[in-house]
Ligand binder design. Structure first.
Ligand SMILES: *Cc1c(COP(=O)(O)O)cnc(C)c1O
Length: 406
């Protein structure tokens, strides 16, 4: 049985609830120095185990751009996850968190010479190649180092998914992946560089925050043909990496509905790869989940600086903003907002919830109905575990938010 809610009030205090274990957020605020991202160890661990159980024949590489807090990486490493990395900085950080190069998949369209040289020198597990010139660069560096580069071709299937356009990646006019028409060219380059290039598989990533999986299944079927033609040319081609992208529900707490989505997702993968699995029984399946593992497991807690009333609006002005959580400004993302302490005697009011940054796009919610709150009280922004702290910046010279794990 899957529980439905994971952030609940007990004795009017908000806290993480996971399998009979309640952890209040109130005490963390007793020594408040500024906004805090708080992550739940129980929830991250629970999600990791649930994902592995749903897809038992898949090897997972956690997309650490979602949340790279060291303790979070350690939990996932202990659960057997490798890392999906997208820069030399992430590789270094993953190594510091005890994830070895032999468990890293390296994605991204802009890998530099220095980054590739370091990755190849240190025997990275897999490089997902996103373009013809990248493949040529890898071949050249691998030749110089006299190593064989383990490359998977990230193919752009030209299939759309239902998500925000800024986080869709699998369309032909996106910068990601190799266009289907260029496959003969990359095969030729790889053949011409057999000493330097080992074609270990293909990869795919359709985009993020996917909650419908018809397009995923269609892409897997489409790329199965590509895989079969590659495996005829390259006997070492055995890995099928189907990326990340499984979404979470931000609008309300509904873990049982997400459980259902997870089943649909696993089903789409199973069906999409059925034909390929029967022709290549020793195929190695890989996935790069990010958001699904950590999204719900983090909150951003902030103190109300002012309640500002105008003839038109009532603003809650916080000490955190788009500098710490850019998703509402960047993707018009929805985040639920709750008071840290529940007060039964207060009425519901209509607020715009905004930050201190000098931009009109610096808001968390507009015309949001929540229970009345007052200056100096604490507000909890839900579902900030993914693409929260990792996307933050110091615009306006505001300090970063602290992160901690409970
Ligand atoms: C961002 C990304 C992921 C993870 O996406 P989620 O939606 O967080 O699961 C996986 N693979 C690649 C290549 C990515 O860029």
């Amino acid at each position: 049985m899957i529980q439905n809610e994971f952030l609940v009030y007990k004795n009017n205090e908000l806290g993480f609830q996971w399998q009979n274990q309640f952890r209040s957020l109130k005490n963390i605020m007793s020594n408040y120095q500024g906004p805090v991202f708080v992550y739940s160890q129980d929830l991250i661990k629970g999600r990791a185990q649930q994902l592995r159980a749903a897809l038992p024949d898949v090897n997972f590489y956690y997309a650490m751009k979602a949340n790279a807090y060291p303790e979070v990486l350690k939990i996932l490493a202990n659960e057997g996850f490798g890392a999906d990395v997208v820069s030399g900085g992430e590789i270094e950080h993953a190594l510091n968190c005890k994830i070895p190069m032999s468990k890293m998949v390296y994605s991204g369209v802009g890998k530099t010479k220095i980054e590739l040289r370091n990755a190849l020198k240190n025997n990275i597990y897999q490089i997902n190649v996103e373009s013809v010139p990248e493949l040529k660069r890898i071949a050249q560096i691998a030749n110089e180092l006299t190593v064989k580069a383990p490359v998977a071709f990230r193919i752009n299937p030209d299939i759309s998914i239902q998500t925000h356009p800024y986080i869709a990646t699998g369309l032909k006019d996106n910068k990601f992946g190799i266009d289907l028409s260029q496959i003969p060219e990359i095969i030729q380059i790889a053949k011409d560089n057999r000493m330097a290039i080992s074609v270990v598989g293909i990869s795919l990533h359709l985009g993020s925050q996917m909650l419908e999986f018809g397009s995923l299944q269609e892409s897997l079927e489409k790329l199965s043909d590509v895989f079969l033609s590659l495996s005829k040319e390259f006997s070492e081609c055995l890995r099928f990496d189907f990326g990340g992208g499984l979404g979470i529900i931000y609008e309300d707490q509904n873990l049982s509905s997400e459980d259902h989505k997870l089943k649909e997702y696993a089903d789409a993968i199973h069906k999409g790869l059925m034909r390929l699995k029967s022709s290549i029984p020793n195929i190695v399946l890989q996935s790069e989940p990010g958001r699904w593992l950590v999204g719900h497991a983090g909150v951003l807690i902030s103190q109300i600086q002012y309640i500002k009333k105008t003839p038109y609006k009532e603003f809650i002005i916080l000490d955190t903003g788009m500098n710490h959580l850019v998703r509402p400004s960047l993707y018009e993302a929805y985040h639920h907002v709750l008071p840290l302490i529940k007060n039964e005697n207060r009425n519901v009011k209509l607020y715009d919830i905004v930050g201190p940054i000098c931009e009109s796009s610096d808001f968390f919610a507009k015309s949001r109905q929540i229970s009345e709150v007052r200056q100096d009280e604490f507000i909890v922004i839900m579902d900030c575990g993914a693409y929260g702290a990792t996307m933050s910046n110091d615009y306006n010279r505001q300090p970063r938010a602290v992160e901690l794990l409970i």
